[in-house]
Ligand binder design. Structure first.
Ligand code: GLN
Length: 384
C-alpha cells in the first residue's frame, strides 16, 4: 500500500494511552495489574439481573438520543437530594458512552481554533488531545508533589481574553486529592463575569474518604450555570467495561453538547441504561461506596507500609500514589515497565500526565481490587 504516502497526523506527539500500554504489558508478563483503574470484582447481582430482564423486555433497540428518560429523571432526583440543585432531565442531562466520551464531546462542542483551555497537571490523558483536535490550546497549571494543591495565583496568571474553558477534576485522578470549598470559591472568583466554561470531571464523586464532603460544582449555582459536569456509572457500579456515563449542563450548553453527541454516538447502550435506572433505586449502593473503598485504601496502605515506597495522602479515587526515590533513579516509565516485567506488579507512571513529562519518581497503584489481590501485590511490592 503506498497511498497516502505520508499522513499529516493531527496528533503527531500522541502515542497509545498509558492505560492500554500498561494493561497489555501486565497481561504479557502475567503481572498483577494495579495500573489501569478498574475493579477485579463483579457488579452487584441485582444490576446483572436487571440487564437480563431488560434484554427480555424488549429494550434492545436504540435508546433515545439523549438517554433513557426514566434514568435521566432518576439522576435529576439524586442530584437534587445530594447537591440541592434542580436539573431538568429533559434538557440538562445526556447519557454518554462513558466519561471520556462526555469530556471529548463537551470540549468539541465549545472549543474553537485558538481558544485556550486551562488544565491542572498531572492531568487525565484524554483532555489535551481533545482540545488540540478542536483547534484549541491546552495551558497547564502544574500541581506540585506531594500535596498537589491548586495554586490559584498561578491559575490567575494563565487566565486571559483567550481563556474559553477550565477543566477541573475532583476527586482527582491520578493524585487522589480533592478540591475543598475554598478552591470552589477561588474558581468562582476567577470565572465570575467572564464567558469561561467549566468542565468538572466528577467521576469519583462517591469515592471520597475520611468524612470529606464532595464539592460538586452543582452545589454552587454560579459555577453550575457555566459547567459541564461529567459522571460515570462505571466507577460507581464496578462496570467500567459497560462504558456508560452522563453529562449534566445547563440547557444552552446541553443543546450544543447534543449537536455533537448525536453524530458521533447517537445513543448509548439501551439495556445498561434500563438496569442503571433500577439500581439507582438502591441509594445505599452509592452512599456506602466511600466506606467500601476506604477499607481497601487502608488495607493496601498498611500492607505496603513496610516497603521502600513512600506513600502519599489519598483523599479520594481508588488510586494510591507512591514515590520510589529510595529504590531507583530510573525514569518512572522505565521503572513501572521493569516492575511489571521483573517483579510482577504493574502501575502507572505519573510523568505521562504532565506536558513536559515532569518526573518526580512517583507512580500510581489502583486499589479497586479484592483483598486477596491486594495482599499478593503487597507481598511483591514489599520485596522491591
Ligand atoms: N480512568 C482509568 C484510569 O485512570 C482508565 C480509563 C482508560 O483506560 N481509558 O486508570
Amino acid at each position: 500500500m503506498n497511498f497516502p504516502s505520508t499522513i499529516n497526523s493531527k496528533l503527531p506527539t500522541v502515542g497509545t494511552t498509558i492505560f492500554t500500554t500498561m494493561s497489555a504489558l501486565a497481561k504479557e508478563h502475567n503481572a498483577i495489574n494495579l495500573s489501569q483503574g478498574f475493579p477485579d470484582f463483579n457488579p452487584h447481582p441485582v444490576l446483572v439481573a436487571e440487564i437480563e430482564k431488560a434484554m427480555r423486555s424488549n429494550f434492545n433497540q436504540y435508546a433515545p438520543m439523549a438517554g433513557y428518560l426514566p434514568l435521566r429523571q432518576k439522576l435529576a432526583e439524586k442530584i437534587e437530594k445530594l447537591y440541592s440543585c434542580a436539573v431538568d432531565p429533559e434538557t440538562e442531562i445526556t447519557i454518554t458512552a462513558g466519561g471520556t466520551q462526555a469530556i471529548f464531546t463537551a470540549i468539541v462542542s465549545v472549543i474553537r481554533e485558538n481558544d485556550e483551555v486551562i488544565l491542572f497537571a498531572p492531568a487525565y490523558d484524554s483532555y489535551a488531545p481533545a482540545i488540540e483536535l478542536a483547534g484549541g490550546k491546552a495551558l497547564f497549571c502544574d500541581l506540585e508533589a506531594p500535596e498537589y494543591k491548586i495554586n490559584w495565583q498561578n491559575v490567575k496568571k494563565l487566565v486571559s481574553q483567550r481563556t474559553k474553558m477550565i477543566i477541573i477534576n475532583t476527586p482527582h485522578n491520578p493524585t487522589g486529592t480533592v478540591m475543598n470549598a475554598f478552591d470552589m470559591a477561588q474558581l468562582d472568583k476567577i470565572t465570575r463575569g467572564t464567558d469561561i466554561v467549566i468542565i468538572s470531571d466528577e467521576v469519583y464523586e462517591h469515592i471520597i474518604f475520611d468524612g470529606i464532603e464532595h464539592q460538586s460544582v452543582l452545589r454552587f449555582p454560579k459555577l453550575a450555570e457555566r459547567s459541564f459536569v461529567i459522571n460515570s456509572f462505571g466507577k460507581t457500579y464496578h462496570t467500567t467495561g459497560w462504558k456508560v456515563g452522563y453529562c449534566i449542563a445547563p440547557k444552552n450548553l446541553t443543546t450544543e453538547f447534543r449537536k455533537v453527541h448525536q453524530f458521533n454516538v447517537f445513543s448509548v447502550n439501551s439495556i445498561a441504561q434500563v438496569a442503571f435506572n433500577e439500581i439507582l433505586k438502591l441509594p445505599d449502593l452509592y452512599l456506602e461506596l466511600s466506606a467500601f473503598y476506604q477499607q481497601k485504601r487502608d488495607y493496601f496502605q498498611r500492607a505496603i507500609q513496610s516497603s521502600r515506597f513512600k506513600l502519599f495522602n489519598c483523599e479520594g479515587t481508588y488510586f494510591q500514589l507512591a514515590s520510589y526515590h529510595k529504590i531507583s533513579d530510573e525514569r518512572d516509565l522505565e521503572f513501572v515497565k521493569r516492575m511489571t516485567r521483573d517483579m510482577g506488579v504493574a502501575a502507572i507512571p505519573i510523568s505521562v500526565f504532565y506536558r513536559n513529562n515532569t518526573d518526580n519518581s512517583v507512580i500510581r497503584f489502583c486499589f479497586a481490587k479484592e483483598e486477596e489481590t491486594l495482599k499478593r501485590a503487597a507481598e511483591l511490592i514489599c520485596k522491591i
